[in-house]
Design a protein around this ligand. Structure first.
Ligand code: AMP
Ligand code: GLY
Length: 423
């Protein structure tokens, strides 16, 4: 198949890598890709979505896969479909599940899907009254729109919550994205990332994963895009899985149909498990990064088949097969991540002499640029060392062994990925 992948991160690299390992040979294009994706295919640079659709037609692209949320929220799927192209992802309307937290919370409320008690408002007094009535601390304040993962404030006092609301509504914190806010109760539990591949009607659920959002070991320091992930997590049992399907995925797909915005694509369900009950923190409308980097290699079913059937309403005909293995991905970040950018640094990967390690690990490249034949770390999250094994501990040891083979100035990573599973 000729396949186009939109995006430039480790997530998109991992989709390309999985495609390149299939029995069927694919011609892969990345828009824009990164310094390593052109080892897997061809990087192109066409920013306008109408021009990109023309490129897809001219080059007989049979499937387009969208990595990040922004093109989805901008309506790339609608444009491609209007051009008769096959693309896997939600429409602009359905992408509002991620594009607007107010829209998402109202869908959860309307279809009786478990979520934190909240108010949504653009009025400071209304928010302050709600905050005054809240019984517990901390209090969570969220900007409505996309804020690159920074739009959530966990306020430790009522005054701090009110100040956060005020700064969001005035536009000081997040500009237009803060014109509406959500104030909600804090949920105390453990977080899961659950992914349902949807075709508007049917769905398949992938193994549950855990991300590690904070920069520091033991979940300390500021939030990042995600410093590592593993799957499947033993923190999910059959009861939680069933509840997520019955109380969350099914009513969401039904609800989105009723809204006239059937959901096709990856429904990323951010779950907090509180006393054994899965409560929805948020939806995203695409794969998580770094979760994607472990889920792609755990699929036995060809990735192209999964996404193609997702894009063409054929998921009812798919029996998904998952490898009987665990995966752990450790993000290697640059020196100043997540505070600022760092000087480009040459990446050197030692030759791996251990056959076990060689066969059960790989690198997923993210914030890298190639000059001549040398790779440089140029982004915040530079690359991921991914290890596999028959148990989480073995997979984790392999991921960290691989980290030891990778060198660039200022490299840093968390040393405790998957700790919640190994406690
Ligand atoms: P979001 O952008 O909604 O995923 O929020 C970012 C992070 O903030 C989540 O991954 C959680 O760790 C945390 N968070 C968001 N909402 C809540 C909540 N109601 N209670 C506790 N933590 C939350
Ligand atoms: N792993 C979290 C995210 O992609 O938003």
């Amino acid at each position: 198949m000729n396949i186009l992948i939109l995006g430039s991160g480790g997530r998109e690299y991992s989709i390309g890598l999985a495609l390149s390992k299939e029995n069927e040979q694919h011609e892969i294009y990345f828009m824009p890709g990164n310094g390593a994706t052109n080892d897997l295919g061809t990087n192109i640079n066409i920013k306008d979505y109408n021009d990109l659709a023309s490129f897809a037609k001219e080059n007989n692209i049979e499937l387009t896969i969208v990595g990040p949320e922004q093109p989805l929220v901008d309506g790339v799927v609608d444009i491609f479909k209007a051009n008769g192209l096959t693309i896997f992802g939600p429409s602009k309307a359905a992408s509002q599940l991620e594009g607007s937290k107010v829209y998402m919370k109202n869908i959860l409320k309307k279809y009786d899907i478990p979520t934190a008690a909240f108010i949504e408002t653009n009025n400071k007094n209304e928010a302050n009254n709600f905050i005054d009535k809240m019984k517990n601390l901390p209090i969570v304040v969220k900007a409505d729109g996309l804020c690159a993962g920074k739009g959530v404030i966990i306020a430790q006092t009522k005054d701090e919550a009110k100040e956060s609301v005020s700064k969001m509504l005035s536009g000081e914190s997040f500009g237009e994205a803060g014109a509406n806010v959500i104030v909600e109760e804090f949920l105390d539990g453990y977080e899961l990332s659950i992914f349902a591949i949807c075709d508007g009607e049917n769905y398949v659920v992938l193994p549950a994963a855990q991300d590690h959002k904070r920069i520091g070991d033991g979940d300390t320091g500021p939030n990042t895009g995600g410093m590592g992930a593993y799957a499947p997590t033993p923190l999910v049992n059959d009861d939680i899985s069933k509840k997520v399907e019955d109380k969350v995925i099914k009513p969401t797909l039904e609800g989105m149909k009723k809204e006239g915005a059937p959901f096709e694509g990856v429904l990323f369900i951010g779950v907090m498990v509180v006393n054994g009950e899965p409560i929805i923190l948020e939806y995203n409308v695409r794969f998580g990064d770094p979760e994607c980097e472990i889920l792609m290699p755990l699929l036995e079913t060809p990735v192209s088949e999964l996404f193609y059937k997702g894009a063409t309403k054929q998921l009812d005909k798919l029996k998904i097969k998952i490898k009987n293995k665990y995966g752990v991905a450790v993000v290697m970040a640059s020196a100043n991540y997540p505070y600022g950018s760092s000087e480009p640094a040459e990446i050197i990967v030692d030759k791996i002499n251990d056959e076990e390690l060689e066969n059960n690990s790989h690198i997923s490249y993210a914030g890298v640029t190639k000059e001549d034949d040398t790779l440089f770390a140029t982004g915040g999250r530079v690359l991921l060392c991914v290890g596999f094994g028959d148990d989480i501990k073995t997979a984790r040891n392999r991921a960290y062994d691989l980290c030891g083979q990778v060198h660039f100035a200022g490299k840093k990573c968390r040393t405790d990925i998957a700790y919640q599973a190994l406690k």
